[in-house]
Design a protein around this ligand. Structure first.
Ligand code: FMN
Length: 198
């Protein structure tokens, strides 16, 4: 893991955390560590914001996934938002491979980890923004593990934020995942368009 705080990142002030989490269901890599500190990363397309204030996000993982086991063991996870870059999306597919527990998926996918601000799971340098979360509650049902996390710190690539710490869409290029029916398919989220009522 890179030892120092990544030079091109800035901490986001709490009153702008929601601005980073606004494009809901953006594709992310969720990073966790196990009880011994081994790192894990896996992509998730279905993470959604469930409370704005205080900011909470929720997602589900397979009950037998390392992501579920690690969050149950440590109560922490980081959400790393992925920009639309074809080579990086290929790396994301490597991270999604069901590697055996203990295999460092971050290294397998040639991703770069650096320390988070408040939690043990690492952040990923290839991503444009990072949410750090503590699990608020976890429910197991029907082979799934549902996790609601409370955001405790946020950071982003400095060049992806404007003077008001809001995301610059052209720089971030968040991704939607369309599934794998014809092979893994992705699209770039469109730029926001303001529509006002008549
Ligand atoms: C682009 C992409 C998006 C994915 N999104 C989800 C998702 O939203 N929910 C889910 O349960 N699995 C999702 N997966 C599958 C997990 O990433 C995969 O099961 C992974 O192996 C879990 O890793 P882990 O055992 O290290 O936690 C996705 C896979 C890909 C390639």
């Amino acid at each position: 893991m890179t030892a120092n705080w990544a030079e091109d990142r800035v901490k986001v002030a709490p009153n702008h955390w929601l601005d980073i989490a606004r494009p809901t269901s953006a594709l992310s890599l969720i990073t966790t560590v196990d009880a011994a500190g081994s790192m894990n990363a896996a992509p998730f397309a279905t993470l959604v914001r469930v409370s704005q204030d205080p900011l909470h996000l929720a997602f589900t993982a397979a009950e037998d996934s390392d992501t579920c086991a690690n969050i149950r063991a440590t109560g922490e996870f980081a959400v790393n938002f992925i920009p639309f870059e074809e080579e990086l999306l290929k790396q994301v597919l490597v991270a999604a491979h069901p590697w055996p527990g203990g295999v460092d998926e971050i290294a397998q996918a040639r991703l770069t980890a650096f320390p988070a601000i408040k939690i043990a799971p690492p952040l990923l340098a290839q991503c444009y923004a990072h949410l750090e979360l503590e699990a608020e509650w976890i429910k197991l049902w029907s082979g799934r593990c549902m996790i609601v996390g409370r955001v405790v710190a946020v950071s982003a690539r400095a060049d992806c934020l404007d003077d008001n710490q809001e995301l610059i869409w052209e720089k971030t290029q968040p991704v939607h995942f369309w599934g794998s029916k014809r092979g893994p398919s992705f699209s770039q989220m469109g730029a926001p368009v303001t529509v006002l009522p008549d």
